[in-house]
Design a protein around this ligand. Structure first.
Ligand code: HEM
Ligand code: HEM
Length: 187
């Protein structure tokens, strides 16, 4: 698989960054939801948020790399002959997915740093806090985190559904291309 994207295909960097996000986002959503319901005596009461925050911040870093990488690459052309509005819609949905992923991560960081302490990544290193941005930052960022995460997971589900429709109903190579496979699906 080539290194760079081209009008015909995604290169391996874009493929790897995409699938890391596609695994991490639903996993972080499930972990976040589960951990907020744990009671104080549960063995994962402290460990689960530490994992959520550590993995979330690593994802945040990867997202920044991904957006920067995407800006340097040629976007592969749509496969088949979609209506122009369909390609525009898919393009905006992709930008929205990336924008929301950044917002979810940033609001998570604002929750953790709301009282001026840094955000630790598995006790390996700490991300410094920003100066406190607003009153009741923890609550405002908490609400923002929940609603942006909810919207992100719904849009990701629609996006994954569209990819499966391309594969199983239209039987085109859209999903194969994002998996780095060049052959056409069998009809
Ligand atoms: C795309 C990545 C992420 C997703 C999908 C996600 C998702 C979630 C969800 C669904 C919850 C439960 C919210 C609730 O029930 O109110 C949650 C809670 C939380 N998340 Fe994230 N999260 C992500 C990244 C992060 C990051 C990067 C951080 C911190 C640096 C973070 C920190 C937190 C904290 C502290 C809570 C607990 C909030 C509370 O107790 O109300 N999250 N997350
Ligand atoms: C299992 C779930 C997923 C599947 C099956 C899937 C599938 C695909 C496929 C087939 C493409 C290529 C579309 C094309 O050629 O035009 C694509 C692109 C894309 N997907 Fe997903 N995806 C999934 C999850 C996600 C998630 C959670 C995100 C959230 C950030 C996401 C963000 C994107 C973006 C931004 C693109 C455009 C290419 C890029 O910049 O990487 N995907 N996806």
């Amino acid at each position: 698989m080539p290194f760079l994207d081209s009008p015909q295909r995604f290169g391996w960097i874009s493929v790897a960054l995409h699938w890391l996000g596609a695994i991490a986002i639903p996993a972080l959503f499930a972990l976040g939801w589960w951990m907020t319901g744990l009671d104080y005596y549960h063995p994962w009461y402290l460990r689960a948020p530490a994992w959520h925050i550590g993995c979330g911040l690593l994802l945040f870093g990867l997202l920044i790399v991904r957006v920067a990488w995407r800006m340097t690459q040629t976007q592969p052309l749509p496969i088949g002959n979609p209506f122009p509005w369909q390609s525009r819609f898919a393009g905006w949905n992709h930008r929205l997915l990336l924008g929301l992923s950044l917002l979810v991560s940033f609001s998570g960081y604002l929750i953790v740093t709301a009282v001026g302490q840094g955000a630790s990544v598995f006790d390996l290193f700490t991300i410094a806090p920003l100066p406190v941005l607003m009153d009741r930052q923890e609550d405002v960022a908490g609400l923002m985190h929940w609603y942006t995460a909810l919207l992100l997971i719904i849009l990701s589900g629609l996006h994954a559904g569209a990819a499966l429709k391309h594969h199983f109903i239209d039987r085109d190579a859209t999903l194969y291309r994002m998996l780095g496979i060049t052959r056409e699906p069998k009809s």
